[in-house]
Design a protein around this ligand. Structure first.
Ligand SMILES: Cc1cc2nc3c(=O)[nH]c(=O)nc-3n(C[C@H](O)[C@H](O)[C@H](O)COP(=O)(O)OP(=O)(O)OC[C@H]3O[C@@H](n4cnc5c(N)ncnc54)[C@H](O)[C@@H]3O)c2cc1C
Length: 447
C-alpha cells in the first residue's frame, strides 16, 4: 500500500469511530492536512485560525459544526471534523501569578513554549508528557500524562479553564469555585467548547537527573513491581514483549539541595547504562533528554524527548490502555501472552504510572493506574487486528484507552469505565445544546 492509500485507509478505520471519508470540497488544499503521525487526513480543509478571543467567539458562533485542533499529536479522529476546525495557535499569552502560584496560558501555548519561560522565572510544573511539543489545551483535553506513582496526569494541574461555548459565550470554571462543573470540563475531549485559556498550578523550579538501566527480567519486574516504579519521581519501563524482559528502565529523580545524586550500578539485575539511549533502537540519541545522572532543569528531563527534536520515531502509531495500578502486573502478564502476535508490529511498549484523580473523563478517574503503551510500526491494517486481542486480554481489568491514541473498544465497553459519563453528556449539552462540538469520534465513543 502506498502512503496515500495508507493515509486514506487509516483515516477511514481509525479508532473504532465510524469516520467516513468525505468527498473533498472544492476548496480543499492540494496538500492534505494530516495529524502529526500522518496516519489521519482531516476530513475538512476548513481551518479557522483566529488571532484574538473575539475572533474565536465569532468563529465558534457562526460555525455549524466545529472541533478545536491543538498541535495535531492525537493518533485517532478525536480532533477531526467534517465541517470546520479551529486552531488557537495564535493565542500565545502566558501570565504568571506569583501570589496564586499559577500560570495562565492561551489556547495555542505548548509545553515547549511554557516550560523554559516558566523555569526562567523560577517556577515549574509537576510533570510533563514524553514530548513537550503539545498544546496545554489539547493535552489536558485527553488526560495526557507522564509517569510517577504520586503524579496525577497533566490535567490535574489545571486550576481554571476559560472556554467559548457553542453560542459564542464565554465561561470560566475554577477549581475552587465551580466544583462538579469544573471536574467535568477539564478533560473535556473537545466536547465542552473551545478552551481559550488554561490556568495551571506552578511550584518552585527544581532539578531532575535521569539514568537508564538495561536488561530488567520480567521475573524481577514482577517480584519488585512496586519498588521499581517507586525508585524515582517518574519511572518508565520499556519492553518489546520478547524474551521476558524489559530492555530499558528510565528513572527520573527530583534532586534536593545537597543531594548526592548517586546511582546504584545495578537495580534488580538491570545494569546502569554508560551511554545515552533512545527508547527505540537505532534512533538518534540527540533527540532524547540527557541521561547518565546529569542534573538538569525539570522540563529537560521529565520528557523523554528534547524541545525542538523529533519525539519518538515519527513514522508510527500509538495505543495505550490504563488499568488499575493494583492489578498492573497481572495485566502486563495477560498482554504478554500475546507476545507472538504483538512482536511483528511493535516498536516498543512503555509502562508508566499515574495517580488517581477526580476529573470525570480522566483515564485515571478515581483509579491509581498503570498505563500500558504501545508504539507500533505504521501498519494499521495489521495493528487493527491485534488491538481487539489486547483489549480482550485486558477486559478483566476494565481498560481505559488513551483518548488520543488508537483503540477498537466500542462505546458499550467504555461506558462502564466512566461512571460520570451521563453527567458529562448533560454538562456538554448545557454548553453545546445542538452538538456543534460533537464529531464522529465523540458520537461513536460517548453517545
Ligand atoms: C510522539 C508522541 C508522544 C506522545 N506522548 C504522550 C505521553 O507521553 N503521554 C500521553 O498521555 N500522551 C502522549 N501522546 C498523545 C498526546 O499527548 C495527545 O494526543 C494530546 O491530546 C495531543 O495534544 P495536541 O495539542 O496535539 O491536541 P490534538 O491532538 O490536536 O487534539 C486533541 C484533543 O484536544 C482537543 N483540543 C485541542 N485544543 C483544544 C482547545 N483549545 N479547546 C478544546 N479542545 C481542544 C481536540 O478537539 C481533541 O479532542 C503522544 C503523542 C505523540 C505523537
Amino acid at each position: 500500500m502506498n502512503k496515500r492509500e495508507f493515509l486514506k485507509t487509516a483515516a477511514a478505520l481509525v479508532a473504532g469511530s465510524v469516520l467516513k471519508l468525505v468527498a473533498r470540497s472544492e476548496t480543499a488544499a492540494a496538500t492534505p492536512r494530516t495529524n502529526w503521525a500522518g496516519n489521519l487526513t482531516y476530513s475538512t480543509s476548513n481551518l479557522q485560525t483566529p488571532a484574538t478571543l473575539d475572533e474565536v467567539r465569532a468563529a465558534v458562533k457562526s460555525a455549524s459544526r466545529l472541533r478545536a485542533l491543538g498541535s495535531r499529536h492525537s493518533f485517532n479522529a478525536i480532533a477531526d471534523s467534517t465541517h470546520e476546525q479551529i486552531s488557537l495557535a495564535q493565542l500565545k499569552e502566558m501570565t504568571l501569578d506569583e501570589t496564586a502560584h499559577t500560570v495562565t496560558v492561551g489556547g495555542g501555548v505548548t509545553y515547549a513554549e511554557l516550560a523554559p519561560w516558566l523555569d526562567a522565572k523560577g517556577y515549574a510544573l509537576h510533570n510533563l508528557a514524553s514530548l513537550p511539543g503539545i498544546t496545554v489545551a489539547g493535552a489536558c483535553a485527553t488526560a495526557t500524562h507522564g509517569s510517577g506513582l504520586h503524579n496525577g496526569n497533566l490535567a490535574t494541574a489545571v486550576a481554571a479553564v476559560e472556554l467559548v461555548t457553542a453560542d459564542g459565550g464565554l465561561v470560566e470554571l475554577k477549581r475552587e469555585r465551580d466544583g462538579e462543573q469544573f471536574l467535568g470540563a477539564v478533560v473535556g475531549l473537545g466536547a465542552m467548547g473551545v478552551v481559550t485559556r488554561t490556568t495551571l498550578d506552578v511550584q518552585p523550579t527544581y532539578k531532575v537527573a535521569q539514568a537508564v538501566y538495561q536488561g530488567l527480567s520480567f521475573e524481577e519486574l514482577g517480584k519488585h513491581f512496586e519498588e521499581i516504579f517507586a525508585s524515582g519521581y517518574s519511572v518508565s519501563v520499556f519492553t518489546d514483549w520478547q524474551n521476558r524482559r524489559a530492555e530499558q528502565m528510565w528513572v527520573k529523580r527530583r534532586l534536593k539541595e545537597g543531594d548526592a545524586n548517586q546511582w546504584a550500578p545495578e537495580i534488580y539485575g538491570a545494569k546502569l547504562a554508560k551511554e545515552k539511549l533512545h527508547p527505540l533502537a537505532g534512533h538518534p540519541t540527540e533527540n532524547v533528554t540527557d541521561q547518565l545522572g546529569i542534573p538538569g532543569p525539570w522540563y529537560d528531563r521529565l520528557p523523554h524527548f528534547r524541545i525542538g527534536q523529533t519525539p519518538s520515531g515519527g513514522n508510527e502509531l500509538q495505543t495505550e490502555y490504563l488499568v488499575p495500578w493494583a492489578s498492573g502486573w497481572e495485566a502486563v502478564l495477560a498482554v504478554e501472552k500475546l507476545r507472538e502476535k504483538i512482536g511483528p508490529h511493535i516498536l516498543i511498549t512503555e509502562l508508566r504510572t499515574i495517580a488517581a484523580d477526580r476529573l470525570w473523563m480522566s483515564t485515571a478517574y478515581q483509579r491509581a493506574s498503570l498505563a500500558i503503551h504501545f508504539t507500533w510500526k505504521p501498519q494499521w491494517p495489521e495493528v487493527r487486528q491485534v488491538l481487539p486481542l489486547i483489549e480482550a486480554q485486558l477486559r478483566p481489568f476494565h481498560p481505559r484507552p488513551h483518548w488520543g491514541k488508537l483503540f477498537t473498544l466500542q462505546a458499550a465497553q467504555l461506558e462502564p469505565c466512566y461512571s460520570q459519563l451521563p453527567i458529562f453528556r448533560a454538562l456538554a449539552a448545557r454548553y453545546d445544546p445542538e452538538g456543534k462540538f460533537r464529531n464522529a469520534f465523540v458520537r461513536a465513543n460517548l453517545y
